[in-house]
Write a new protein. Structure first.
Length: 348
């Protein structure tokens, strides 16, 4: 049996885009004066070379998957949530404040969920603010969620610089502006041995993606969200609570990003510091865009980006190729996929 080959098949488009991005990455390595074989070995070693590398990559992928899952929920309602970074920051601040406020005798089975729930609540509030402005004032969620990113980043900076808030006690001029470490009970448990830093956030992210997929595809709420995303006027005429679903979609998106922020705080080094988010909110947005509404694709793309990110760190250390080269390759991959999809739609 023969199968017809088509350049428009999504798998073919993705493969060609990946090949083009890989060629661009090879050119960057050559431009940096490094040996391609050495650079390739360093990248693979950084991704899969040790239990530590694999565990760190899984943690990164889990954070991206949480942000991208939230993006998918909002996208199903016809909204674009670009505020993952601010929502993640809000969740990190709330998670740190909750973990540090817990009594020392609090068991881990209560402390860890409390930190994650606090992060979800803060992120949901951040997303709900944009949703409220959208349904009450008609303000574009793209603008409000984007601007709230800078507010969230500013809140983190304020919290770690003010001793009245979360900054650790200043004992010398070398004391870093960061929070005190979370108590051991509030730290996320490891999934395996101490050689791997993979924590329970991996399980949380997989569970969040699975539950979200069930809700979106197998529940009345998912059907209503899809109706709102396709046509708000038609959904309103059918009695669907359009405004409540749109604001709720942004709140859930923010909550999942906030959970990712709290999980980052509950992972080594267990402190809230400036720039702790490392741009995960924006990277999760890219993952959500590439996944195009598929939660399975969210998990897959998150894994690819998570391993590439950690491989890029070792690439810089082992072959003196800037780690930003991996970010350039990721960006080119997004541009190639977007361009190919646009070409496909125009040809159709």
């Amino acid at each position: 049996m023969t199968f017809p080959f088509t350049w428009r098949h999504p798998a073919v488009i993705a493969a060609l885009a990946a090949l083009a991005a890989a060629v661009a990455g090879l050119l960057l390595v050559l431009g940096a004066g490094a040996d391609p074989a050495t650079a390739g070995n360093a990248l693979v070693e950084g991704m899969f070379g040790s239990p530590y590398a694999i565990g760190s990559s899984l943690n990164t992928a889990a954070v991206l998957a949480l942000v991208a899952t939230g993006f998918t929920v909002a996208h199903r309602a016809g909204l674009v949530n670009v505020g993952g970074e601010g929502q993640l920051c809000a969740g990190g601040v709330a998670g740190a404040a909750t973990g540090l406020a817990l009594p020392g005798s609090t068991p881990s089975v209560l402390a860890v969920p409390a930190v994650l729930v606090a992060g979800f609540a803060a992120g949901a509030l951040w997303g709900w603010i944009a949703g409220l402005l959208l349904v009450r004032r008609g303000t574009s969620e793209v603008i409000t969620t984007l601007l709230l990113n800078f507010v969230g980043i500013g809140v983190v900076a304020l919290a770690v610089h003010e001793e009245a808030l979360l900054r650790q006690p200043v004992t010398s001029t070398e004391t870093l502006p960061q929070s005190a470490p979370l108590p051991e009970a509030a730290q996320l448990p490891l999934l395996g041995s101490v050689e791997s830093p993979a924590t329970a956030i991996v399980v949380v992210a997989l569970a969040a993606a699975a539950v979200t997929a069930l809700v979106l595809h197998r529940s009345p709420t998912g059907l209503r969200l899809r109706a709102v995303g396709h046509s708000r006027p038609a959904a309103a005429r059918l009695g669907v609570p359009v405004d409540r679903l749109r604001a709720g979609g942004l709140a859930v998106a923010g909550g999942l990003a906030g959970t990712a922020g709290a999980a980052l705080i509950a992972t080594a080094p267990f402190v809230l510091a400036e720039h702790f988010s490392s741009g995960y909110g924006f990277a999760g947005l890219v993952v959500g865009l590439l996944a195009r509404g598929s939660l399975t694709a969210v998990v897959g793309v998150s894994l690819v980006f998570g391993f590439l990110t950690n491989g890029g760190i070792n690439l810089q250390l082992a072959s003196e190729v800037p780690a930003s080269s991996v970010q350039i390759v990721q960006s080119l991959l997004v541009l190639f996929v977007a361009a190919s999809m646009l070409w496909k739609e125009k040809r159709a």
